[in-house]
Design a binder for this molecule. Structure first.
Ligand SMILES: Cc1cc2nc3c(=O)[nH]c(=O)nc-3n(C[C@H](O)[C@H](O)[C@H](O)COP(=O)(O)OP(=O)(O)OC[C@H]3O[C@@H](n4cnc5c(N)ncnc54)[C@H](O)[C@@H]3O)c2cc1C
Length: 483
């Protein structure tokens, strides 16, 4: 069989999920095109340093580096794998009704800020989507000040550039991700004053503590957790539960934060406010899946994530999904979902022992995701932190007050009218940051739609037909097809 006549699998995303999917599809005998917007593989978890750094210890701040390094060399060096770095999938074109083929994949390739990027089109037999997530941050007064970073941005700078966001930093929000972020900041030279988990200890313990034997398969994550805890203890960094940063203040940039004790629903216990002097603050409230491509492909969602079957097949023909877009469960879960998806996409035998073992590991990893969600939920009371002048959409500087006024006025209450009237979500980030918060705030102010009377569910904030920026000049040029 020649390379051209083999089954062709396109994998979007070379993070833990996509890299594993590519490896499994290659093992199943397919040829693979692995596409990623970044210069180097690894995704968010194994964010590699730029080659020009010639780092003596690239593995610093990383877990599982040796296994990742072996996998990336195997996949990228494989004769049946085409590795497309700096290549963004900006659109997926669905086949017509009744057509069971995979969507056409539209790619723009070249440095994002460079001229002369080329347009390419892929027509694969199967498509694996593994674009990951971005971190979610809830708005609060002062969160738009310079010096306030999302936890993911702080982590990306520390891991991918060895740059620290400040000398005296408070890390706050919800979820275990705060711990590796605090660890990276400490290792890169910052003083971390405290780590604040907004959920009370009872919620965290109840979430993780139920049926502890089910977590036995996640020994790697438990080991990571133990390392972070030991590092925090060595640096005498307090980890406080039931407390949050509810305001950032400063003249031109953050100089202090107000922290406060929270009830289980995240409403503030008044009188518990404390002021902490900082030169940077790092906040993260979980992750938002990148759903533009799955939605463009026509994949159905379940509870905000891509719905998949036992083989990671989505509801769209010939489209599979793996990693954070199917549920937030961390890198090991993303990897094993990738193995299942890649094997199925490559035409591997579903009954093969390795496929069955991978599915069992994937199921256990999903149980971990359920724990994570139960232990670190987003409390309903966070809008109580906002003031009328608090900016909710940072790109368009839309305030909470403007949103409420638009939502309460009968003529402009529909979500689309609020968006057009206040411009919330219409700026450069196209609602990636504020979209989920705006949707939540609006849902609370309007009664649920009466579907029986012809009402419509509000559109998901992830619907973006152009998934990545593309210049008009690039659009005008004809693409290279059928690679
Ligand atoms: C900023 C950030 C930092 C994180 N750091 C850590 C950490 O240090 N430790 C930890 O345990 N977890 C971390 N996480 C969580 C982590 O993302 C996951 O556990 C894990 O990396 C998920 O793997 P994935 O393969 O699903 O996605 P990712 O690792 O996110 O990989 C997705 C890949 O898809 C590519 N991509 C996305 N859209 C497109 C497109 N349209 N075209 C082409 N390529 C595309 C991206 O460039 C990326 O390389 C971080 C998350 C974020 C958002």
């Amino acid at each position: 069989m020649t390379a051209r006549t083999r089954r062709h699998v396109a994998v979007v995303g070379a993070g833990p999920a996509g890299l594993a999917a590519a490896a499994a599809a290659l093992r199943a005998g397919a040829r693979v095109t692995l596409v990623d917007a970044a210069e180097r593989p690894g995704g968010q978890y194994h964010r590699m340093l730029p080659e020009q750094y010639r780092a003596a210890r690239p593995e610093r701040l990383h877990h599982g580096w040796a296994a990742f390094d072996r996998l990336r060399r195997h996949v990228l060096g494989h004769p049946r794998c085409a590795w497309w770095a700096e290549s963004s999938v900006w659109s997926l074109e669905r086949p017509g009704p009744g057509d069971e083929t995979a969507p056409r994949v539209h790619v723009v390739r070249g440095p994002a800020d460079g001229a002369g990027r080329e347009r390419l089109v892929l027509d694969p037999d199967a498509l694996v989507l593994a674009p990951g997530a971005h971190d979610r941050v809830l708005p609060f007064p002062g969160w738009d000040l310079p010096g306030v970073f999302t936890a993911g941005a702080a982590q990306a700078l520390a891991k991918g550039e060895r740059v620290v966001i400040g000398d005296r930093v408070v890390v706050a929000g919800a979820g275990p991700f705060l711990l590796p972020v605090a660890a990276s900041l400490l290792e890169a030279g910052s003083t971390v004053l405290e780590v604040l988990e907004a959920n009370p200890a009872a919620t965290v313990l109840r979430g993780w503590g139920r049926r502890p034997w089910e977590l036995a398969s996640q020994a790697g994550k438990a080991g990571e957790l133990a390392e972070y805890t030991a590092l925090l203890a060595r640096h005498r960094v307090p980890y406080r539960t039931g407390r949050a940063v509810i305001e950032a203040r400063g003249d031109g940039r953050v100089e202090e934060v107000v922290t406060a004790r929270l009830r289980a629903d995240w409403s503030v216990v008044s009188g518990t406010e404390r002021i902490v002097a900082v030169d940077a603050v790092c906040v993260g409230h979980g992750f938002t899946p990148q759903l533009e491509l799955p939605l463009a492909a026509g994949c159905a969602l379940r509870e905000g994530f891509v719905q998949v079957d036992g083989d990671q097949r989505t509801t769209a023909p010939a489209v599979l999904a793996a990693g954070e877009i199917t549920g937030i469960a961390g890198a090991p879960a993303a990897r094993v979902e990738g193995l299942v998806a890649g094997w199925a996409a490559g035409g591997g035998d579903a009954a093969a022992p390795e496929a069955r073992a991978a599915r069992r590991r994937r199921d256990r990893a999903r149980a971990f995701a359920a724990r994570l969600a139960a232990a670190h939920p987003i409390g309903d009371g966070w809008p109580g932190w906002l003031r009328p002048e608090t900016v909710v959409c940072r790109c368009e500087e839309t305030t909470y007050g403007a949103l409420c006024r638009a939502a309460d006025a009968p003529a402009s209450a529909a979500a689309r009218a609020v968006k057009l009237g206040t411009r919330a979500g219409l700026g450069p980030c196209q609602a990636r940051i504020c979209g989920p918060s705006v949707a939540e705030l609006l849902a609370r102010r309007s009664p649920p739609p009466d579907l029986a009377a012809g009402g419509h569910r509000p559109a998901t904030p992830h619907h973006r037909p152009v998934a990545q920026p593309i210049r008009l000049g690039e659009l005008a040029r004809p693409p290279k097809e059928n690679l």
